[in-house]
Structures are given as structure tokens and as C-alpha cells.
Design a protein around this ligand. Sequence first.
Ligand code: ADP
Length: 507
Amino acid sequence: MNAKTKSKLKSIRFKLFAYFCLFSMLILLLVYGLQALFLNYYFAQMKVSETTKIAQQIVKTFERDHQDLTRLAKTMDVLATTNDDIYMRVETLAGKTVIAPYGDSFFVPKYSIDISKVRDMLSSGTNKYVSTVSTSLDKASDDDKILVYACFLEDDLVSPEVADAFGASNLECWNSSSYVLYILTPLHLAKTTTSILSDQFIYASVIALILSSVIAIYFSRRISKPLKSITRSAAEMGKGNYGVQFPRSDYTEINELADTLTHASRELEKTEMYQKDLIANVSHDLRTPLTMIKSYAEMIRDLSGDIPEKRDAHLAVIIDETDRLNTLVNDLLNLRHMQNKTITIEKNYFDIKAAAESILASYDIRCQKEGYNLIFNCRDSITVYGDESKIKQVIANLVGNAFKFCGEDKTVIVNIKRVGKKMRCEVRDNGAGIAPDEIDHIWERYYKSSSNLVRPVEGSGLGLSIVKEILILHKAQYGVTSKVGKGTTFWFEMDAIKSKNALMTRS
Ligand code: ADP
């Protein structure tokens, strides 16, 4: 079997078709089994209960009007014609026919043995007014079974005249139990009926198979069609056409698949866009310091090499630019490690106030030189449990951003406080703020808001993704609130540890 045939056999279309056919075959087999095994049994049961009912009706009619047997004869005529395959006769106990309605010809000698058998059973029984049921014939095959039923018709009230009129001259007979009602009925379906049923069964099987095939083909097409168009769209995406819309259909599960894929495709499109931006940004970020380093190095070589003050100033620029390059490369590496989960955090108890102070101290010179105003509010030391260097990096990134985006206001406020059992750290600026439609994206890799793309402000678009990854690793809560034109507040919260506990655990 080649691969193509194999995959065809595994297709939804083929499987659905096969299952449908299997299902209809099973149903047909079940119907056939029921017919073969139980039909005759049900039929026999039905006949027995029908016979009992008819017998009761005849007994009642006889009891109601025992003087007038013509009435009984009429009732029996009606019953014989309205009930198929039920044959009845009233005889004296001695075997003389009293009433023989239409269809009596069934009482052929063939059954006389059975009739005398039930008669004997009846007369030897203690309760003569209770009907006796016998499924004679002996040794009969299932197809020949006849129900031979006999019961007494009450005799006490039958006058000798009446009995005589109907030929019951034997006194002994009518003095005890004069009349016996016999009912004969075959307990098997007529051969023609069974052959009609089996013919119908064959037709029904063929029709059911054709119908189930048609339905299976129809449904398998309906189900596989949307899947095929999803596969086509996925192939498009595979070719690099991110952002393709996966078609929805009438099925919830397929819709969920289509929506998930559409979402994935949009995410890929975004990532691709951010990556392109990153390449543009990073190459710009790399080129600027590299150009600076090159030109200042040339200046030192050609001009300021012998003039110590100028040379030192130029060397300071080179060192600054190298630091910037270093930070950029570190950011990229850090993020890659964090996203690959190859980075581990080393948790310890540390004082967040002291950690923040050490970061903020590095901004002192910038504040003095460039007129920035950095306000730090923190009343008491607060112990937290985490990776100190990583949390410092979070604060540094947030403060760095606040410096970048605080605009003309040049004020950055850092608040660290205890809120219930938590330590809350806020970094606020009164800059341009973030547009509501961009605020959800700023945590994404490589994202730089559109207003900052034309870059008076430098950055890789990685700072906040690093912040997010670190805070997730610490299971800390974090967020941002911002109003356009008013400013932005970034915050994060960690468990504040009671100092006593921290000391005990440390010792
Ligand atoms: P970048 O290196 O560009 O600063 P970040 O991931 O740190 O990258 O920030 C992503 C984007 O979020 C920034 O480009 C900027 O648009 C926005 N952003 C971050 N901090 C602030 C802030 N304090 N005020 C306004 N916008 C901000």
C-alpha cells in the first residue's frame, strides 16, 4: 500500500464513511437478530393472551345469556371472523359439537388427539371452571406449534331442554360440565409473512446502506471542507505570509482551532514586525556608539593624544559609548536566557530600600549635570525575598525608562512602601504618558511605541520584557497606569517579610 492510499484511508472522509457503514450494518444485524430470535416468541405470547381474552369474552357471554345459545353462536361467529387464525368450537364433554362458527374447518382430525388430550386434562382437574392451556402438538417442530385451549362453560344453569335442543342428550354430561369451549390457534407466523419480512429486511438493508453512504459522504465533505481550507491557510502561513485569517465554519471545535491559529498567525506577524524593528533599532544603536568610538579614537590619535584634558574627555566619551554597547548586548542576552528559561534566580532576603538606593545613586551625576530631579520616598527598610541583582535590574530599567520619557518635566519619583503584607515599589514620571491602545503592548519583546520609533530616545525595546520576565520568575504582581500628557507610573509588589522571620531563616 503506497503512502497516498494510506493517507486516504486515514482521512476523516473515509473514516466517517466507514463508521457510518459499520453503524448501519450493526443496526441491521441487530434488527435481523431480533427478528430471527424473538419474533416467533413475541408472536406466540401475543396469541396466548389473545386466546385467553377471547375465551373470557365467550365465557362472559355464555354466563350472561345461558338460555339462548344462538346469541353465543353469533358472538363466536363475530369473534372468529374478526380474529385472524383463531379457531373455536363449543362441544359437549362427550365430544358432540354444539357451536361451530365460521372457520371451524381447522378442527381437522389432525388435532383431534390434542383436543381429547386437553379434554382429559380438563375433566381430571379439580377446578373445572378454570381454563387450561396446552401448547400441543407433541414432537411438533417450532413451525407447527398450535395452541389448544379448553375451558368449561358453566353448566348449572343450562336447562335440559336447551341442552337437548343442541344435541346434548347425555344427561350425565350436562349435569356435570356440559359444554367445553375449544380454541385452536397456530403459534407461528405464516410462511408468507416470514418471507415478506425477510424480503423487506433485504430491501431495508440495501436502502439503509445506500442512505448511510450518502449521509456519510455528505457529512464527511462538510466536516473536511473547513479543515482543508484551514490547511491551505496554514500552508500560506508556512510560506511566511503571517497574519492570514483562518476561516471559521459551523463547528465549534473547528472554530476554536481557526481562532487559535489566527491568533498565532497575528502574533507571528507582530513578532516579525518587532524583530524587523529591532534589527533596525539595534543596528542604529550599535552604529551610533561605534561611530562615536571610532571618531573619538581618531581624534585622540590625531589631535588630543598629547593634550591630557582633551584626551581624557575624549576617552570618557569612548568609555560611555562602550558601556552603552555593553548594556545593549547584555539586554539581548538576558532576555534570550530568560525566555529559554535557562536563567535561574538565586533568592535571598534583602533590604529593598538599600537596593533601590544603590541604583538611584548612579543617577546623581546625571541629575546634577542635566538638571533632573530624582525623588526617593521610602520610610523604613523593608525586607523582601528574591534575587537582589535581578530586582535591582527591574528598578534600574523602570527608572531608566522614566528618565527617558519624563520629558521637559525632568522629574522622576520612586516610592517604596508597605501595603498590607506587601512591599509596593512605584516609579513615576510626569512625561508624555502612553496611549491606551499601546499600553497593553509595551511589555512585549522589541516593542517601542510608535511615537518613540523616530528616535529622539534610545532603547532596544527589551527593557520592559526583561522586567516582566524577572517579575514573573519572582511570582510578583506588576502593572502600569498612564495618562497621555500627565505621566506614567510603573509598579510591582512582592511579599514583605517580617524582619524577625528573615533573620531567623538566615541564621
Ligand atoms: P525601550 O528600550 O524602548 O525603553 P522598553 O521595553 O523599556 O523599551 O519600553 C517599551 C516601550 O514602552 C518604550 O519604547 C516606550 O514607548 C514605552 N515606555 C516605557 N516606559 C515608559 C514611560 N515611563 N513613559 C512612557 N512610555 C514608556
